[in-house]
Design a protein around this ligand. Sequence first.
Ligand code: G3H
Length: 214
Amino acid sequence: MWRKLENLKIIAETGIVLIIRSDDEEEAISVAEAAIAGGIRALEITMSVPGALDVIKVLSRKYASKGILIGAGTILDGETARAAILAGAEMLVSPQLNPEMIKVANRYQAVTVSGAFTAKEIVESLETGADIVKLFPAESVGPQYVKAISAPLPQAAIAPTGGVTPQNVHEWLDAGCVGVGVGSYITKAAKGNGDYGRVTKAAEEFLQAVAAAR
Ligand SMILES: O=C[C@H](O)COP(=O)(O)O
C-alpha cells in the first residue's frame, strides 16, 4: 500500500500520537522504546529534544520497517522540515499553522499534523494540505469546543493535544476527534525513577482507554 496511507492508518487504528519532549537524547530513546513495547505505534520526537535528528535516525532505522511511524514535532520552518525528513521522519507536526512545513511534507508525502486553534486556522490548515489538525492547546477549550467547531467543519480530522489522559480521552473521542496527541501522561511515568516499565504500562493503559471509548 502507498506508504503515506499506511502511516495514516497507523494513527487511525491506534488513535494516539505519542509526543516525546525530553531534555536528554538517551532518555528520549528509552521512553520511545518502552512506549513501543506498550503498543504505541505513532511517535513524534519534538525538535526541542537535544539531538532530536539523531533520535529520529535511530528510531526510524530500527522501527520504520516494523509498522511504527516515527515523526518530528515542533517544526517551525521548511528547513527543519526537510532535515527531519532526511533523518527519517515520516510525519511532521507543528504547534501552529505552518505552510512551509506542510509544503515540504507533502512534497515527500510525509503525514502532516498542523497545529490550529481557531476556525480560521483549521480551514487554512486544510486548504494548505494538512492531513490532521492538531488542536493545541486543547485543555484550554475542552471537548465541547470540538463538538461546536465540527458542526460547520465536519471534514476536519481533529486530534487534540494538551492535557489528554486515559480518564478524559473518551470525551474527546465522543466529541468527534480522530485521535489524540499525548505527552506527559506516558512520557513522565519514568521521570525521577528510571523505571521505563512504567512507561510501557502507561502506554498500555492509554491504548485500552482509547479502545474502550471507540
Ligand atoms: O507538546 C506537548 C503537548 O503539549 C503535550 O501535552 P500533554 O503533556 O499534556 O499530553
